[in-house]
Design a protein around this ligand. Sequence first.
Ligand code: 5GP
Length: 182
Amino acid sequence: MFEDIQEVLVTREALEEKVKELGKRISKDYEGKELVLIGVLKGGVVFFADLIRHITIPIEMDFISVSSYGNSTKSSGVVRIIKDIDIDITNKHVLIVEDLVDTGLTLRYLKDLFEDRGPKDVKVCTALDKPSRRKVDVPIAYNGITIPDKFVVGYGLDFGGKYRNLPDVCVLKESVYDNKVD
Ligand code: 5GP
């Protein structure tokens, strides 16, 4: 796995520091409020697990699974729910926890979906942001680290189902992508 890495783009230390800071801000902003964190599977799971341990107020949590890239590095723009949340978010504050905002299409869809279910509000928290590729505007209340327009893996993000367990955010060698991109 490590021999496929070309470059570490964001180190685990930088991620840890950012996550701590986000946890602190979220704890302060939602003090005394009913907060539901919704993690987006599978990519958001590493960030989610790190983030909740830096939140010092009571929270509820749930997960939604949506279709993403499959084996390709290009977004189809089509969002499909594979697993919905189970809990009722009526009158609660919702925070969607994502791995990375790229075109914004996934988050736009999720935000609209949850807003139709009568929450107090729906905000977004992302570990990584790639603003240069945005197609639709989605406000990000809690942004981790802004990255350039490169396809990355690690810290929850995959390529062909692999590399999610890399602790840093990395760019793979071109030869790895060339062999698999459809
Ligand atoms: P969007 O809908 O904003 O284009 O992207 C949604 C999802 O696509 C992200 O949550 C992430 O799972 C995936 N994605 C976007 N950019 C990358 C990338 O550089 N690497 C990987 N592995 N996944 C990405």
